[in-house]
Each structure stands twice: as structure tokens, then as C-alpha cells.
Design a protein around this ligand. Structure first.
Ligand code: G6P
Ligand code: MG
Length: 214
């Protein structure tokens, strides 16, 4: 029935949200703005450009194109520095066991991430070999909640969207999965992920054969 599992990266397989938060916070200081954790929650799943636009909005700061271009580069350089020492210990608990189970059950596995740094992170954490296909921010033109990233994943795997299950920690990502006609499993809290078909707090002790029953 279901043939593929499509994973978001940040916040589902690894906890890079802390590094994005740190880098955006550092950047905000340039225009005298202090980003909060609640606001960071709203940046999950949101592309780099859109994240900057949101922060500038919150800060009530009208930036020139020039400033924006410089800040996007600076933020990413800072982020790359922060993730430079990432290693397999930063794979979130239970993830490897879950990947082993779904591989054994015969599911295809794809990545569907908005991040343009996804391949670096997968390599540093040793996750790359698990994936049959990687769709990241370099391969899409529309950000979640648009379903493009997941539809490209399904298409690349040669599997119908209705046969795909998406794993997401962001509201925008769950919306993207539903808009793509896929099942969505939310990883995290029901307050933000209520549109998902199922919600689990994390992958610890999860039995894939049970979870993937719909
Ligand atoms: C993920 C994260 C977002 C991030 C986006 C772009 O969706 O949840 O916080 O802004 O990727 O990441 P990038 O690595 O390309 O800046
Ligand atoms: Mg995420």
C-alpha cells in the first residue's frame, strides 16, 4: 500500500534548529533585534530568504536589496561554521533504528528538505547512504507549504504521492505533505502539528510496522 517514506531533515533526523536559531540571532543583532525562541519556531521549514524577510518584518526594519544579499551570505557563513563539527552523535534518538526498520520493510527513502545545506549535513552525520533520493533547497523553486519538494521526491522515486508518507516537524511541512496528497506524520507537539495524520514526540522506541498502518 504505502511504498515510500519522505523525510524532512532539520528537526526530524537531526537537530539543526539550534544552529539556525543561533545564526539568525547573531544576524539580528546587526539591526538591533533579539530573536525569540517562539519566533524561531515559526522559521522551521521556512527557506533562508523567507526567514530573513520574516525577521526583518518582526524587527520593523526596511532593508535594501544590498543589505539583504549581504546578510543572507553572512547568516549562511555563520551557520556553516556552527555545523562544521556536526557528527553522527547528532542524529536524533531513535532515527537510525527507524530507518533500519523501514529499509527492512521495503520502503523507499527520500529526503525532502528546504535546506540548501542538506547534503553537507547528511554527509557529516553519515546519513547519506540511507537515501534513495535527495531533494533539497537547491532542487526546488517553491518553499513549503507548497508541496513541490515532496512531489519531486515521489516523482523521482517513481511512486504515486498517495503511496508516500512524509515525516515533518514543521507546520509548513505538514501542510506541504497534505497539499501533495500524502500522509503526514508529525514529529513534535500536537499544538503545531495538528494537521498531521499522526503525531509522535520523537522516534524513540517507535515500531515502524505499527506507525505506518493507516
Ligand atoms: C529548513 C529549516 C529552516 C531553514 C531552511 C533553509 O527548512 O527548518 O529553518 O531556514 O531549511 O535552510 P538553509 O540551510 O538553506 O539555510
Ligand atoms: Mg524541519
Amino acid at each position: 500500500m504505502y511504498k515510500a517514506c519522505l523525510f524532512d531533515l532539520d528537526g526530524v533526523l537531526v537537530d539543526t534548529a539550534i544552529y539556525h536559531f543561533q545564526a539568525w540571532k547573531n544576524l539580528g543583532k546587526q539591526f538591533g533585534y533579539e530573536l525569540t525562541e517562539e519566533q524561531n519556531e515559526q522559521l522551521k521549514g521556512v527557506s533562508r530568504v523567507e526567514s530573513l524577510n520574516k525577521i526583518l518584518d518582526w524587527a520593523n526594519y526596511t532593508a535594501t536589496q544590498e543589505e539583504k544579499s549581504v546578510w543572507l551570505i553572512e547568516k549562511n557563513e555563520d551557520y556553516l561554521r556552527l555545523i562544521s563539527n556536526m557528527n553522527p552523535s547528532e542524529i536524533l534518538p531513535g532515527v537510525l533504528s527507524f530507518l533500519e526498520q523501514i529499509k527492512a520493510l521495503g520502503y523507499k527513502i527520500a529526503l525532502g528538505s528546504a535546506s540548501k545545506n542538506a547534503e553537507i549535513i547528511l554527509d557529516k552525520t553519515g546519513l547519506t547512504p540511507w537515501f534513495d533520493l535527495i531533494i533539497d533547497g537547491n532542487k526546488v523553486s517553491k518553499s513549503k507549504p507548497d508541496p513541490e519538494v515532496f512531489l519531486k521526491g515521489a516523482e523521482g522515486l517513481g511512486i504515486a504521492p498517495e503511496e508516500c508518507i512524509v515525516f515533518e516537524d514543521a507546520q509548513a511541512g505538514v501542510e506541504a505533505a497534505k497539499a501533495g496528497n500524502m500522509k503526514a506524520i508529525g514529529i513534535g507537539e500536537s499544538e503545531t502539528l495538528f494537521l498531521a495524520d499522526k503525531i509522535i514526540p520523537n522516534f524513540i522506541g517507535v515500531k515502524a510496522a505499527e506507525l505506518l498502518q493507516f
